[in-house]
Design a protein around this ligand. Structure first.
Ligand code: APR
Ligand code: PHB
Length: 390
């Protein structure tokens, strides 16, 4: 098989890049290790910045997102029993975010790719990348037991943190930066109305909690848990009790509880790989970087990477100009590091760290008190939360 861009991974990064390229007539083949059902069953965050919304519209999937997505002009931060609203719109000159689950974004992109005739091969095994330091890279894999070779001009590594693309890069060509946080997030989905129409980030001496949603009748809640906790140790009842303890009383009383239909524990990590280009291989999204979910930046960073790479590939194929392609890694990383910093800052300020020195604990309490009391600090928070410009 031959194509112009071989995309590895059919998560949001791969599907969005594939769609934008498809729409300007650049051929792509997407190789995905998992089944379509598996890809569509993954539950992840759901807060979209305006820049990501614009790209999804450009990819032709604005319809359902605008019909069903919830526009949020602010959110709350609680500090023990106090509630503070962050007026995103007021602090940023009218900007806001849209709550629309990543699972729905993925489904819309999968449907659009099928409608427009894009090729996605699912359940491919042993994906290997070859000769990406030359102008004739190729990818090999096994499909239904058969060895398949795909010749291409470029490879886009959109295969997430555990994918094959980053691992194909020689060790001396890549530098990585990592921070693992000493706690996890225990998250549940439940078909109960959300406690508030806006998100609530709760900082509490018992640990962090987050009240989020997928729709007016589906709630997504999280609590900070120990890194080594197992799901079995947390019954629904224990979850709801612990969540309520971390919320101010008037909010805790208003929480509607019900059975969970999804429950999972996610570790928290910050990770960046530099650079994001190796010859004719480009890393995109989670393949190149991970942020803890506190700032809701994972999907949004994937979208900005796709934007920069799409501009570069469009320049190459349509205008025979490689300036933007050459600039991909730098442009993407400049924005990535700012979101990595913001996500680290939100995480550090809002969680409780086990075994923290008393001095550090007081400094973090003061960081939050200062932020909530200063218009300038809240403006900086809001500017980052709605998304820095591309
Ligand atoms: N070969 C082919 N596909 C692979 C391989 C491989 N060796 N390894 C992983 N994949 C697939 C995964 O099954 C997954 O469908 O690559 C896809 C990567 O998707 P994501 O992990 O969702 O990463 P990305 O598309 O960059 O999306 C970033 O997703 O993880 C969240 O928080 C993150 O919101 C962010 C967004
Ligand atoms: C979510 O709804 O899953 C969500 C929202 C905001 C975050 C993280 C996760 O910061």
């Amino acid at each position: 098989m031959t194509t112009q861009v071989c995309i590895i991974g059919a998560g949001p990064s791969g599907l969005l890049l594939g769609q934008l390229l498809n729409d300007i007539g650049v051929e792509t083949i997407i190789l995905e290790r998992a089944s379509l059902d598996h890809v569509l069953s993954r539950v992840r965050a759901g807060v979209l910045e305006q820049g990501a919304i614009g790209l999804l519209e450009q990819a032709g999937i604005g319809g359902r997102m605008h019909a069903e997505g919830l526009v949020h002009e602010g959110f709350a931060i609680t500090r023990e029993d106090d509630v503070h609203r962050i007026d995103l719109s007021g602090l940023t000159g009218g900007k806001c975010v849209t709550v629309y689950g990543q699972t729905e974004v993925t489904r819309d992109l999968v449907d659009r790719r099928a409608e427009t005739g894009g090729v996605t091969l699912y359940e491919v095994e042993t994906v290997e990348l070859h000769a990406f330091d030359s102008d004739k890279p190729h990818v090999t894999c096994r499909i239904d037991g058969q060895e398949v070779r795909i010749n291409c001009r470029f490879i886009a590594g959109c295969d997430g943190f555990h994918g094959a693309s980053r691992r194909a890069v020689p060790e001396d060509a890549i530098r990585t930066f990592e921070k693992v946080y000493p706690f996890g997030w225990l998250g549940i989905l439940s078909d109960v109305p959300p406690v508030s129409h806006e998100l609530i980030y709760a900082s509490h001496s018992r640990g962090f909690a987050l009240c989020s949603m997928r729709s007016k009748s589906r709630s997504r809640y999280y609590i900070q848990c120990n890194a080594g906790d197992s799901i079995e140790a947390w019954s629904d009842n224990q979850f709801w009790t612990e969540l309520r303890r971390r919320l101010p009383p008037e909010i805790a009383e208003a929480v509607t509880t019900g059975p969970s239909f999804e429950k999972s524990i996610a570790p928290l990590r910050s990770f960046v790989a530099e650079p994001m280009r190796f010859g004719n291989l480009f890393l995109v999204g989670d393949a190149a970087h991970i942020v803890p979910p506190t700032g809701a930046k994972g999907l949004n960073l994937a979208a900005s990477d796709v934007h920069y790479l799409f501009e570069g590939l469009r320049g190459h194929f349509l205008e025979h100009d490689d300036t933007l392609l050459e600039a991909y890694s730098k442009r993407a990383l400049d924005r990535v590091w700012k979101a990595v910093r913001f996500s680290w800052w939100m995480t550090t300020m809002l969680h409780r760290f086990p075994d923290q020195a008393p001095f550090e604990a007081r400094i973090l309490e003061t960081e939050l008190a200062f932020t909530l009391g200063s218009e300038a600090a809240k403006t900086a928070l809001a500017e980052n939360y709605v998304g820095l410009p591309y």
